[in-house]
Ligand binder design. Structure first.
Ligand SMILES: [Zn+2]
Length: 461
């Protein structure tokens, strides 16, 4: 089983300076190699799957007239003594590291696996792009390049001290004990506004990952359909709800402080040191908000997974939901109101609820106990009657659901959750007729999250 833990580091001033210097050097190498890939690609102007001259003959070619690879020219393109002698772009770029260390001796100070991982990071960025998961890799600014990574077997742990090769021993806030028998895998060091953090991947191969429950092991009554919303963060098919603390806006003093800091920062002279400092203050507050939101999400995830056999969610396209309203041009050459200003508020609420992150965390928690998380098509889940399957816009009246065909009624969100659950059961291949008859009326009860700092934050930042 593989787990991820995160700790706050206590670096000395010297160590902090070293880590900052490493980040700068790694970023410059990252951007240089990105540029190399972009330029070599545009030089050959070949489609992604195209043939490259002299590939078949395996002859060496002049990089000026013909690039061997579609995406690099740094490094040496051929391996020796293998069946497939052509290096991938990553391998070729990584073969250039000895040259780099010769030309720029200060790169020798960086742990070699850290340097390697930065190259890997670029490779991952490209493969994600080709899979269509992300946009085209961009050069990174200082504020966007904030972490470096060690490979397995580099870092040592001893009590509340950690050994980072090239940087030295450093103590950290041991906020969570690592379970016995787990081995360190990769270790990532990250610079954040509120300090330095280390993320540790640990693994124990003797602890098996629980297998995902099969169709026959799932009790349909223990399947939870979950409707994500704004007023209530989650409405369950059982009638329970999870409140939405709306972390960013619920605590007024903090919201006001954020506004003041943002305004102060935007008034500082562009490019000045003061402006930089002010924006650090803004970022620090944002980080606090993110932290308390994520604490609430973990708590919610644990509560949801507890006692469930399967969880069903809508497959929401959040990006599309947040898209802007189309402009409405009129005859006078101007524009009519298109409702964007009202939409802006909704978009903020959507961002504030952070459904995508919540679902990701739920998936992590569910995987630990082998509970499947199913995503279903959200179409018409709020308009369909689960009893007679009549689908109409008129079925939904704000917060109530009343079927115009058979008279079945329910809370609108709970009704949506029931529909989501039914679709999930279908996807899992379970017969929904094993379910008890659909209830007539539901009084929503609230699951309260404990141990969570939400509204009325007693720790001002
Ligand atoms: Zn009906």
């Amino acid at each position: 089983m593989q787990l991820g833990y995160r700790y706050k580091l206590k670096p000395s001033r010297q160590q902090e300076a070293t880590m900052n210097r490493w980040l700068d050097m790694l970023r410059s190498q990252y951007n240089y190699l990105l540029r190399d890939r972009i330029e070599s690609y545009s030089q050959v102007k070949a489609p992604r799957l195209g043939n490259y001259c002299d590939l078949k003959s395996k002859g060496e070619v002049c990089p000026l007239t013909c690039s061997v690879s579609k995406s690099h020219s740094v490094g040496y393109p051929w391996k020796s003594n293998t069946k497939n002698p052509r290096r991938t772009a990553y391998e070729a770029q990584s073969s250039s590291l000895p040259i780099l260390k010769k030309q720029r001796p200060w790169y020798k100070g960086i742990n070699s696996t850290v340097l390697q991982q930065a190259l890997r990071q670029l490779d991952v960025a490209f493969s994600k792009f080709f899979k269509g998961e992300t946009g085209y890799p961009k050069p990174k600014r200082r504020s966007r390049f904030r972490s470096f990574k060690y490979s397995t077997g580099q870092v040592k742990l001893d009590g509340n001290k950690i050994y980072l090769p090239g940087i030295g021993w450093m103590s950290f806030y041991n906020s969570r004990l690592i379970p016995e028998g787990f081995k360190l895998n990769s270790v990532t060091v990250r610079r954040k506004t509120r300090g330095w953090f280390v993320s540790i991947q640990i693994e124990d191969k003797s602890v098996p990952v629980p297998p995902v429950k099969s169709k026959d092991e799932i009790n349909p009554q223990k399947v939870k359909g979950c409707d994500l919303g704004i007023k209530k963060l989650i409405s369950l098919s059982s009638g329970e709800t999870v409140a939405n603390p709306a972390i960013q806006t619920s605590f007024k003093p903090r919201e006001r402080r954020l506004k003041l800091r943002q305004r102060a920062a935007s008034r500082k002279k562009k490019g000045s040191k003061n402006r930089g400092k002010s924006y650090t203050r803004v970022a620090s507050l944002h980080e606090r908000i993110t932290n308390s939101r994520s604490a609430y999400h973990w708590d919610t995830a644990n509560k949801l997974v507890d006692g469930a056999d399967a969880l069903v969610f809508e497959d929401l396209n959040i990006k599309a939901m947040k898209s802007r309203c189309k402009p409405k041009p009129n005859e006078n050459g101007g524009y009519d109101r298109n409702g964007q200003s009202a939409k802006r508020g909704l978009n903020r609420s959507i961002s504030n609820a952070a459904w995508g992150e919540l679902v990701k965390k739920i998936e992590v928690v569910a995987a630990k106990s082998g509970i499947p998380v199913v995503k279903v098509n959200p179409k018409y889940t709020s308009q369909k009657c689960p009893k007679c399957h009549h689908t109409s816009k008129e079925n939904r009246k704000k917060e109530k659901f009343v079927c115009t065909n058979c008279g079945h009624y329910d809370d609108a969100d709970v009704n949506g959750a029931v529909n989501i659950k039914l679709r999930g059961l279908k996807k899992l291949g379970i017969d929904p007729s094993q379910l008890p008859p659909v209830r007539g009326k539901v009084t929503p009860t609230e699951i309260t999250a404990t141990n969570v700092v939400v509204p009325g934050n007693p720790h001002p930042s």
